[in-house]
Design a protein around this ligand. Structure first.
Ligand code: FA5
Length: 332
């Protein structure tokens, strides 16, 4: 009987090693350990044996049962782990699957224009300077030769910040304060451009935005003339647009430059677009920054980057730049 059961145990071990699902395992469990199994039947027969034989056979039966139970437990553990792995695989989210369909974003037109401007000016020997968007009246106006009583303050449509003395803290209305900050901190010669955001109470229309971008240019060196200014503007426009766009200077007035000019660029239809202001740095401005105007001269310019983007990408309306219409932005 014991020999037969040893055979059954070997049989069970072989079949349990090959079982592939939990249902079949339950069937094998019943077959080898259940009420009708050879092991259970053999146990029932123990009663008919002599006490000594009964003890030895009982021990052998328990040992065989223990082995079969261990094989079943091992098979169950294997199948449970397999089933879990299978479930995980089925539920796995393949995040790489749609890789080809992902739409890539692109830099905003104004950012592209600003980057390109920086490249052009760096190529001409300028370095990039920056200044804060919230300014004091000293940097935005006074150091630029625009005292409090000066009518030019009105032309800047300033947005004031409710901080400190009335009308002393503001969102900068142009990038010209960066001229002052640079001259205060740097010994001439100076060759910088300063791009950045500027703010005015202007109502948005086809050529105006209340928050727009300017780029300031400042050169301070010995023997600088208006000819250097005109040549610099010409060269940057040629590099930025290619050969077909022309420039012109028109006499104008800014308190911080003398003489002052406005410069325009030609549109494809032959009309002119005002791009910015420029001129020779006013001696008062140099003095305000501790620079001797008898030794150093310079020119400055400031123009609208958004207007430049309108021109470069042939837009009808500057407001397209801030409407955030994805169908529009995707084209560039
Ligand atoms: C100035 O802001 C002077 N600081 C420029 C300057 C710098 C003159 C250095 C001399 C020396 P103006 O207010 O004209 O000037 O503005 C310059 C340019 O900024 C304009 O020609 C235009 O291109 C752009 N700009 C002005 N207001 C707006 C606006 N609301 N929306 C879009 N662009 C604007």
């Amino acid at each position: 009987m014991i020999e037969e059961l040893e055979q059954t145990a070997a049989d069970a071990s072989a079949r349990l090693a090959e079982v592939t699902d939990l249902d079949s395992l339950a069937t094998l469990d019943a077959e080898f350990l259940g009420k009708k199994s050879a092991l259970t039947l053999a146990k029932k027969q123990l009663g008919g044996l002599e006490p000594d034989d009964r003890k030895a056979a009982g021990k052998a039966l328990n040992e065989i049962r223990g082995r079969i139970e261990a094989d079943i437990a091992e098979a169950r553990q294997r199948l449970t782990a397999d089933a879990r792995a299978e479930q995980l695989e089925a539920e796995r989210l393949d995040l790489t699957e749609k890789r080809d369909e992902i739409k890539r974003g692109s830099l905003h037109l104004v950012t592209q224009s600003r980057d390109r401007l920086e490249d052009v000016f760096v190529g001409m020997g300028f370095t990039i300077a920056e200044g804060p968007e919230v300014e004091s009246a000293w940097y935005n106006f006074e150091a630029l030769n625009i005292p409090e009583w000066h009518p030019a303050r009105g032309s800047f449509d300033t947005i004031f910040v409710n901080l400190g003395e009335p009308e002393q803290v503001m969102l900068r209305s142009h990038t010209s304060p960066v001229q002052i900050r640079t001259m205060e901190n740097t010994e001439p010669p100076i060759y910088i451009v300063a791009p950045g955001r500027t703010f005015r109470t202007d109502t948005a229309d086809a050529t105006h935005l209340p928050a727009f971008n300017q780029i300031e240019g400042l050169v301070i060196d010995k023997g600088i003339t208006m000819g250097d200014l005109a040549g610099t503007i010409d060269e940057f426009v040629r590099k930025f647009f290619g050969g077909e766009v022309k420039t012109r200077l028109r006499p104008s007035y800014f308190p911080f430059t003398e003489p002052s000019a406005e410069f325009d660029i030609s549109r494809p239809d032959g009309s002119w677009l005002e791009l910015g202001g420029c001129g020779m740095v006013h001696p008062n401005v140099l003095r305000n920054c501790g620079i001797d105007p008898d030794v150093w001269q310079g020119f400055a310019f400031g123009f609208g980057i958004d207007r430049l983007a309108v021109m470069r990408y042939q837009l009808d309306d500057i407001r397209e730049l801030v409407n955030n219409d994805v169908r529009f932005l995707r084209q560039f």
